[in-house]
Design a protein around this ligand. Sequence first.
Ligand code: NAG
Ligand code: NAG
Ligand code: NAG
Ligand code: NAG
Length: 459
Amino acid sequence: MATASLTGLPLELLVHLIAVYLPTEDLGALRLTDKYLEKALFDTFAREFFTKRQFMLSTSSLQTLVDISRHGALNKTLKHVIIGMESFQSFQDADPGFWNLSDAQRRVFFAGFADQFSLMSSGHDRTLLVEAFRNLPNLDTIGIRDYSANGRVRDGGRWSSYGAPTISRQLGYDLQIYSNEFASCVFQLVMQALADANRVIPSIETILRGQLAGLTDLAFYLRSPDRKIDAVLSGLEQLLLTLHFTNSLRGTLNVDLLFLGSFLLRTPSLKHLRLNFQKPHTSTTYTVLQHLVTTPNLLPSLQRLDLGMMSTSPDTLLQIMSKFSVTLQHVSLWKTELRYDNSVLWNDSEDRYNPWPRVLRVISTTSHLSRMTLGCLGQLSEHEEPIHVKFKDGKISHEYSGDVKDWMPQLINQLVVSWPQRPAEDSNYTSDGESADGEDGFIDDDEPMDEDASEDDAD
Ligand SMILES: *[C@@H]1O[C@H](CO)[C@@H](O)[C@H](O)[C@H]1NC(C)=O
Ligand SMILES: *[C@@H]1O[C@H](CO)[C@@H](O)[C@H](O)[C@H]1NC(C)=O
Ligand SMILES: *[C@@H]1O[C@H](CO)[C@@H](O)[C@H](O)[C@H]1NC(C)=O
Ligand SMILES: *[C@@H]1O[C@H](CO)[C@@H](O)[C@H](O)[C@H]1NC(C)=O
């Protein structure tokens, strides 16, 4: 019988087989003795597994990033580095499995805890990131995430941080990955490491999906003036942010003292800004939006603005659109709710508060938009009841493109307001009895604004 050989198989099949059966951690140990195979597989492997990688804040995970960055071929392939939020810090109140650990598992936990504590407090995390950022010539995006994206066959179908599945397996549960201070520290870490490495990259994406997860304003405090930081900031073209600004940390947020505001003043090349807020925090959202409206010379190159998870007034929304109308081409509004405003302007012919048609009409006459994406819109009644605004065809979101004069009438025509059947006393109304729950269910995995589902779909 002939020796079984992999060499005859089509390359795609080989990659698929190895991809399915080989856990990520074993990739490093992969030794291909067949020279032909090694050579043939390498490019395909590098493209599939080393274009976009997620790491966590542990010495071994970041050291792996450095190792990749020192690899003569892989360092050219890696373009997108993501830092995951796996944290050992909040075990006492947060990690549900912690109190059930065996002694051996406790040792694993505390070793990891100590490693992460030492890594972060000594600045070794920054040293490792600086080296990696220096060595990766094609790095164009840094992500910060508190989740593992769907879409890969390996690692249980999730796009996990390197090293995290091993820890989960040893502990029997996934590390808690949510802490806004932690996320804000990581944002600072990334900015400072880019500055130290003299690396200017076009895109930083902070996508946090945990409940009430988001960067605090402290994430955006950077020394000023600082030549290296300013080089990084002025090269930035895309900035995606999930924000969680509360007043508690340093008194009432003041429009003039907003660190995010000073940060954005230093990003003149920014073309795409995404601000996802927290709906309950209306006053801090108002502060941030007012800052955007009132600060002169802010974001002179802004072409695309995504606003999400927010509650604001029709006037403020129109002021934002007007402020950037000269450059703005694409607007996304996602889970955006218009608060009640008792001006006759916003009422419809039946004298109901119905602001969206007019807001959209004003946008179409005052801007040069060529694209608009909308989903999960809403408004608040004068009694503060949330009222959904849906699309006639039942879709959750819609994207329109082309000449705004052509599509805006279609868009306005698509909107249906789910007026409460019986006003005020009916607390659990649904618009049409079937779809309301699903649409408002905040199912983040199909969040259209993240736009990473297709990239993650590596298979
Ligand atoms: C990529 O790695 C090789 C091998 O270590 C190294 O010689 C090269 O300088 C690295 N590339 C960059 C841009 O650092
Ligand atoms: C911990 O163990 C107890 C007893 O086995 C079990 O009832 C409980 O559900 C476990 N808790 C968690 C969070 O796993
Ligand atoms: C607009 O409509 C609301 C709700 O129906 C109503 O209470 C309010 O008086 C109207 N506002 C004006 C200025 O007519
Ligand atoms: C709201 O829903 C609950 C449970 O489905 C039901 O018992 C209650 O009668 C409903 N209330 C109204 C005002 O429809």
